[in-house]
Design a binder for this molecule. Structure first.
Ligand code: ZN
Length: 143
């Protein structure tokens, strides 16, 4: 005789060992957008001013981090390993050919107020005589 209901007998084993408890149905029930704890994945985080707090592992983190978590700080270094940041001035360390320009950007050219961007050419800048340019950080030196 074929035994039916085998699956039903197996099913209880598949219930998560620690099933999450339902959220409080009190006055906070509408607050469902709180992020899980990044440290222990607890769902019972609560807000404390500008911070989120996890009651289970005591981890605290700020709302700003949560909101901007997809935005990573760019780390761009010059040819000598110096950290560059927006607004820095740099010097070109190698003649750089420019598409469509009759002359290269000469070694020693000073470039003010750079802006770091993502990508292969990671510096946005403006060079006298050339206009808006994108440079590779490996060809510049922090001034
Ligand atoms: Zn936690």
């Amino acid at each position: 005789m074929i035994e039916l209901g085998v699956r039903e007998r197996v099913a209880p084993d598949r219930v998560p060992y620690l099933a999450p408890l339902p959220r409080s149905t009190g006055k906070d029930a509408t607050v469902t957008t709180l992020p899980k704890c990044p440290a222990c994945s607890s769902e019972y985080t609560y807000e404390d001013g500008e911070m989120f707090v996890c009651p289970e592992c005591a981890h605290e983190w700020s709302r700003q981090v949560e909101a901007g978590s997809t935005e990573q700080a760019l780390v761009v270094r010059d040819a000598f390993g110096n950290l560059l940041s927006d607004g820095d001035s740099v010097t070109i360390i190698k003649d750089l050919k420019v598409k469509g320009a009759s002359a290269p950007i000469k070694v020693g050219t000073r470039v003010k107020n750079i802006r770091l961007v993502e990508g292969d050419h990671d510096i946005d800048c403006r060079i006298d005589g050339f206009g808006a340019m994108q440079l590779k950080s490996e060809f510049v030196k922090k001034a």
